[in-house]
Ligand binder design. Structure first.
Ligand SMILES: C[S@@+](CC[C@H](N)C(=O)[O-])C[C@H]1O[C@@H](n2cnc3c(N)ncnc32)[C@H](O)[C@@H]1O
Length: 317
């Protein structure tokens, strides 16, 4: 499946069906039990909150996969999932929502440039900055961040953005760094001309990220719930995890937040989506037993859905 088809396939789909029927009669709809089994796979492995209310979303996306495989009922598809471990990866590609864009939520990028970067860079001994776009989808967020950092810090700085996602097909798009004219339309023109090369691919105009910027972004397939997927020594200054928490259940959010807290340097920043917040864990809260957050290094709210990891004076990093 090519980039255009896949991207449009995973646009937001309402939970409630419109008047038209999803199933054109070829595929038998999943029974309640089969639907529950699909939800369990997704919830256990990705930390989602899918349930029977997502029937329309699940059917409208997975029927395409069943058709592709020549399977006409969900019982056979569930058997395939048991026999063929790779199919689970493909299931994730169909059931994650990957909507993204360049410079999404621009107020956060402006705040990063005007207020946070001067503070971060002033405190640095080395001209080196490390960032993580966690749940990066097809890479637009990671490249936006790389552009902002390159513009603000200049060539003397060693800039790296780790871009991770569970959706391998979206990561391929990010690695190729090739975007449609529509996708690049909200990049300021001076940056589009500086960081993208226009080209014609199969009679369509595309914009390819220039090699110098591509080299600053490293894409990796990673489940945010598998905390051991990152080498233990990796620490970052900024984490962007925007529009991912909305899909995660409470336990998964807690796990991911603790993971982020360990991976951020003291004084580092976590950016969430504009509708997302964290419930600040406290030692007294039994839900947060095992949390690494302590009184001396809590999450400090900065406004604009941005949190700072408090500075633990006892820990030198
Ligand atoms: C709506 S997109 C957000 C993209 C980008 N951060 C933004 O705000 O524009 C959410 C992304 O999170 C990824 N995702 C969801 N659950 C995940 C998990 N458990 N591990 C890794 N990635 C996950 C999805 O595959 C999807 O690409």
């Amino acid at each position: 499946m090519n980039q255009v088809n896949k991207t449009s396939q995973n646009r937001e789909i309402p939970d409630v069906p419109p008047d038209t029927h999803v199933n054109e009669g070829v595929i038998t709809p999943p029974t309640d039990r089969e639907l529950q089994q699909i939800c369990e796979i997704i919830n256990t492995n990705l930390g989602f909150n899918y349930n029977a209310q997502k029937r329309y979303l699940i059917e409208s996306r997975l029927n395409k996969r069943l058709t592709q495989l020549g399977i006409t009922n969900y019982g056979d598809y569930l058997s395939l999932l048991k026999e063929e471990p790779l199919e689970e990866r493909i299931l994730y590609e169909y059931l994650t929502t990957n909507v993204t864009s360049f410079f999404r939520e621009p107020a956060q990028f402006e705040y990063l440039t005007s207020t946070l970067l001067p503070k971060i860079t002033a405190a640095k001994k080395e001209k080196k900055i490390r960032c993580w776009s966690a749940g990066c989808s097809s890479g637009e967020e990671a490249y936006s961040l790389a552009i902002i950092l390159t513009e603000a810090l200049g060539a003397a700085w060693d800039i790296k953005v780790l871009a991770t996602d569970i959706n391998g097909e979206m990561l391929q798009v990010g690695m190729a760094g090739e975007y449609t004219e529509e996708a690049v339309s909200n990049i300021p023109l001076k940056w589009r001309d500086k960081y993208f090369i226009p080209q014609i691919v199969a009679e369509n105009k595309r914009y390819r990220v220039v090699p110098a910027l591509r080299q600053k972004v490293i894409f990796r397939l990673m489940n945010l719930l598998s905390t051991q997927d990152l080498p233990p020594h990796i620490r970052v200054d900024l984490i962007f995890c925007r529009n991912v928490f909305i899909y995660l259940n409470t336990e998964a959010r807690r796990k991911v937040l603790n993971h982020f807290h360990r991976r951020l340097r003291n004084g580092g920043y976590l950016f969430l989506g504009h509708s997302e917040t964290i419930n600040v864990p406290t030692k007294a809260d039994p839900v947060n037993v095992g949390a690494v957050v302590t009184d001396s290094n809590p999450w400090l709210y900065q406004g604009k859905s941005i949190y700072r990891k408090g500075i633990d004076e006892n820990k030198v990093e």
